[in-house]
Design a protein around this ligand. Structure first.
Ligand SMILES: [Zn+2]
Length: 149
């Protein structure tokens, strides 16, 4: 899933689960669950795109994630602690942050290689546009449930 998708889910977990001992494992599990859903992300079609473009799009994706998370916090969950939400965003994205040194900069050592190998087991790719539709739908369902319940 995109960094944006993981960030929004992390934000919602922070808004709904005040206990970090519960929220951290939930955020980690949410990364796996979100990546199992067939999705497009900035690394889709990496062979034809090239790593430089993947990196540029990923930086944009991360920035968009923080922007949308901030908007969601402001509009739907204004009582949530901002730093706590920021922490849950990073935890929700943590597998991707962990594999980035290996993936982008070829730092070929654990835990970066472990994160990469682990993610390959559950990451499910689906090209745009459907790989974006599945992801927007998944995030909207989580957001609706969080706002309603
Ligand atoms: Zn992932």
């Amino acid at each position: 899933m995109t960094a944006t998708g993981h960030a929004i889910i992390g934000t919602i977990i922070a808004a709904k689960v005040g206990n970090p001992y519960l929220a951290v494992p939930l955020a980690l599990a949410s990364h796996v669950a979100a990546d199992i859903i067939p999705h497009w992300d900035t690394a889709t079609n990496r062979k034809s795109k090239g790593k430089d473009r993947v990196l540029t799009e990923t930086i944009f994706d991360i920035a968009l994630g923080f922007l949308l998370s901030y908007a969601i916090l402001t509009f739907f969950f204004p009582n949530t602690n901002f730093l706590y939400a920021l922490l849950m965003i990073f935890v929700s994205q943590s597998f991707d942050w962990l594999m980035a040194p290996y993936y982008f900069f070829h730092i070929n050592m654990p835990p970066f290689t472990w994160a990469y190998q682990l993610q390959k087991k559950f990451d499910s790719e689906l090209d745009a546009p459907w790989g974006i539709v599945t992801q927007v739908a998944a995030v909207l369902v989580v957001l609706f449930l969080a706002v309603l319940l």
